[in-house]
Write a protein that binds this ligand. Structure first.
Ligand code: UDP
Length: 232
């Protein structure tokens, strides 16, 4: 079947008229694709973790593009027009945020923080303030409010979901799409797009193991899948 789009971690194929098939690859990139590698089995983990989380969120009132799992590495989703924004929720300072403000990795925040980045690889996904989103016409004021409120609610739900599985959700990135005027949660939610720390050991169980060459990358992804599917 002809590809519709191939990204760094996923390939999109046309499925039905209003649906797409998403294929999750094992290829991994970091630091705006300057670092590349393969994490064997990652595609299967990310497909299954994303599917489980989309189902969990749907069951708790969040509208998503997810329809069903098609295979170990593939899911069917609704076709949406992806907004050119990455919405990040932070419970603690980590990664680029900790670096930007000179904070220790894991420094606490007074309250969960929502940030927006412009989805543009050539520009390195720069941070963008809500006023610039409005000035550039990337979203309306009502849409921005929906993105922020939905992201905070998703954060609350996922924080609890992972806490029951001895994982601390430190931060994550969401993407949203529009279909018939409605905003749906889209893309993926996986160890590629979240920071998850083991509650007992504090060990990162996500893509930071790849970014920072910590070793045990495959094992960490498998363990996250095991805990997500295994329940509390
Ligand atoms: N993130 C992502 N894609 C991006 C940038 C960030 O999925 O293009 C996720 C990342 O895995 C982390 C959160 O968003 O869970 C916050 O990332 P941060 O801004 O700290 O950037 P990073 O340190 O990952 O470059």
């Amino acid at each position: 079947m002809e590809k519709l789009y191939e990204g760094k971690a996923k390939v999109l194929y046309p499925e039905g008229e209003d649906t797409l098939r998403v294929y999750f690859k094992d290829e991994a990139t970091a630091f705006n694709a300057q670092k590349r590698g393969v994490i064997p089995g990652k595609g299967v983990v990310n497909n299954k973790v994303s599917a489980a989380l989309f189902r969990y969120l749907e069951a708790h009132g969040i509208r998503t593009h997810f329809l069903k799992e098609l295979s170990d590495r593939e899911m069917e989703v609704r076709r949406v027009a992806i907004l050119p924004l990455e919405v990040i929720l932070r419970f603690r300072a980590a990664g680029s945020f900790a670096k930007r403000y000179g904070l220790a990795e894991g420094a606490p925040l007074k309250a969960p923080l929502v940030e927006f980045s412009l989805k543009n690889d050539a520009l390195g996904d720069p941070l963008i303030c809500p006023e610039a989103v409005l000035a550039l016409g990337l979203a309306t004021e009502a849409e921005l409010a929906t993105l922020k409120a939905t992201t905070l609610r998703v954060g609350e739900l996922l924080k609890g979901f992972f806490a029951e599985r001895s994982l601390e959700l430190v931060d994550f990135k969401l993407e949203f799409g529009k279909k018939d005027g409605e905003i749906l949660l889209a893309d993926e939610i996986s160890p590629d797009t979240m920071r998850l720390w083991d509650t007992k050991t504090g060990e990162p169980m996500d893509k930071d193991r790849f970014r920072k060459d910590l070793g045990g990358v495959e094992e960490a992804y498998q363990e996250v899948l095991r805990r997500v599917l295994g329940g509390a």
